[in-house]
Design a protein around this ligand. Structure first.
Ligand code: SF4
Length: 155
């Protein structure tokens, strides 16, 4: 029997066109890391309450103060916008908190539109621009992160 979360992901996977070739997502050589640089409020990561605590703790280790703004709630789960203007303070040529980064970073370039429930691929991502739309199977680790978010948000 397919559980509720898997059913949801099955539906999401249909959003993408099926493809013959198979290339698992990986950051391309020479990637400008645009995913860790933010220019507009809409673009900034949405994080969960426990992630705010983890990020604040990590920021304390490097003497940086982070800013979060309440961003409503979803099925009773509080959400926050992590306000980052320019480069993420944890980006030093690569993510320096890889094991502790929030789900929105883990699932990138998959993006969940919380208003519509739609999932899409960020065109900010160089791999996406090079490879075009692909089914979720091309993003195994990111799909797992998305699944965790789906469970946490009780979608
Ligand atoms: S936490 Fe890591 S992956 Fe997320 S934006 Fe910052 S540097 Fe990039």
């Amino acid at each position: 029997m397919i559980d509720k979360e898997n059913l949801y992901l099955c539906k999401l996977s249909m959003v993408f066109k099926p493809s013959q070739d198979f290339a698992v997502f990986t950051c391309p050589i020479g990637c400008p890391s645009d995913c860790c640089k933010f220019e507009g409020f809409e673009d900034m990561p949405v994080v969960l309450e426990d992630e705010v605590r983890t990020l604040t703790q990590e920021a304390g280790r490097i003497g940086v103060k982070l800013r979060f703004e309440p961003y409503g709630e979803h099925n009773g789960v509080k959400l926050y916008k992590w306000v980052i203007e320019g480069w993420c303070p944890f980006f030093k040529g690569k993510c320096t908190i890889h094991e502790k980064k929030p789900l929105s970073c883990r699932m990138y370039p998959l993006v969940l539109n919380l208003k519509t429930g739609d999932i899409y691929l960020s065109e900010k991502c160089l791999w996406v621009r090079l490879n075009g739309p692909k089914p979720l199977d091309h993003f195994p680790a990111e799909k797992e992160a998305l699944k965790k978010l789906v469970i946490k948000l009780r979608l």
